[in-house]
Write a protein that binds this ligand. Structure first.
Ligand code: KG4
Ligand code: ZN
Length: 336
């Protein structure tokens, strides 16, 4: 079976081919990605209309690339998968439209995939995929969730953010410090030269006794600190970045450890863009090693949005017999 996957929920256009035989773990045949980050940087954030237009420009050339690289033809495709949501409506419609058009032209069914399920299952694209069951920490620009995962499609939310996502906390704090968009990786880089204990910033809900998160107050505290520093902000920026990162990472770490303790599970999967953060990885690795917990991450280049995870999630759902692909070809997107 060969699945073509298309991701266009936000500011990356991703296309990939995933194939499998019988019960074997599906494998990535090829993938191609175009990031719009440089285009949106001038505006300090994603401009939805520009995102949609750029997806339109990129999606067919990228599709051609994945077929060329895998040595496959359009006619080899069994199912066309696309990101159904969540994401920007216009951006999602590009991927859905192309998927439905290709499906209709080829006489092959289409399948809409939940973007977060793509992130969640992205570690299965690595050489050493996790086994079920596991705890998943899903940390992206739009979501922060802890989940118990017993199998494909068997997900229980243990806790989630009540306001901003972890990636949003990185991005908004970075913006306050005058760093480019998207701020997460820039803040993380700057933090390497700073003192994480320089500023006392809040760790919201750290002792709440549940597995929920809240990051809005942290952003406000960073703003207050930045204002207080005034002219001094420029010379203390690395310290503020390091302190912000330390606050976010500590909360993510402690809550993940609580989720592992509560469920008694010995495997943790970390997925989503913030999963690329080096400090988070170091601290999770160290703490989990002490507790005999194995940590799995997607490969670094598959942490942020990509088509491979969408094709993979579609393949795993189809293989598990969870979902029928459809020949209805309705543009079916779900932004929220
Ligand atoms: O999963 P993703 O590509 O998109 C969403 O589905 O939201 O995640 C993007 C988020 C952004 O907030 C970005 O700043 C953050 O992931 N991010 C990072 C790092 N790399 C990406 N945050 C902290 N440290 C990083 N190294
Ligand atoms: Zn994402």
């Amino acid at each position: 079976m060969l699945v073509l996957g298309i991701e266009s929920s936000c500011d990356e256009t991703g296309v990939a081919l995933v194939e499998w035989e019988g019960a074997a773990v599906p494998r990535l045949a090829s993938h191609a990605l175009h990031s719009q980050i440089a285009m949106h940087q001038a505006y300090g954030g994603v401009v939805p209309e520009l995102a949609s237009r750029d997806h339109i420009r990129r999606v067919l050339p990228l599709t051609q690339t994945v077929f060329d690289e895998a040595g496959k033809r359009l006619a080899d495709v069994d199912v066309v998968a696309y990101t159904r949501g969540p994401g920007l409506a216009g951006a999602l419609l590009v991927g859905a439209g192309v998927a439905c058009a290709l499906g209709a032209a080829l006489g092959k069914p289409v399948l809409g995939v939940h973007h977060l399920e793509g992130h969640l299952l992205s570690p299965f694209l690595s050489e050493d995929p996790p086994e079920f069951p596991f705890v998943a920490l899903l940390v992206s620009g739009g979501h922060t969730q802890l989940m118990r995962v017993d199998g494909v499609g068997r997900y229980e939310i243990l806790g989630e953010t009540i306001d901003d996502a972890a990636g949003e906390a990185f991005d908004k704090s970075a913006k306050l410090m005058g760093l480019p968009y998207p701020g997460g990786p820039w803040l993380a880089k700057l933090a390497e030269q700073g003192d994480p204990a320089a500023f006392k910033l809040p760790r919201p809900l750290l002792h709440s006794g549940d597995l929920d998160f809240s990051f809005a107050g942290l952003k406000t505290a960073v703003l207050t600190q930045a204002k207080k520093l005034g002219d001094q902000l420029d010379v203390r920026k690395a310290d503020l970045a390091a302190s912000t990162q330390a606050a976010i990472v500590e909360v993510l770490l402690k809550k993940s450890l609580s989720a592992l303790a509560e469920t008694g599970l010995k495997r943790l999967v970390v997925a989503g863009g913030v999963g690329a953060n080096r400090m988070l990885r170091q601290q999770l690795d160290a703490a989990c090693a002490q507790r005999g917990v194995r940590v799995h991450y997607p490969e670094l280049h598959l942490c942020t949005d990509n088509g491979a995870m969408i094709a993979m999630a579609a393949a795993m759902r189809l293989q598990a017999g969870l979902q029928e692909a459809t020949e209805a070809y309705a543009f079916d997107v779900k932004p929220r």
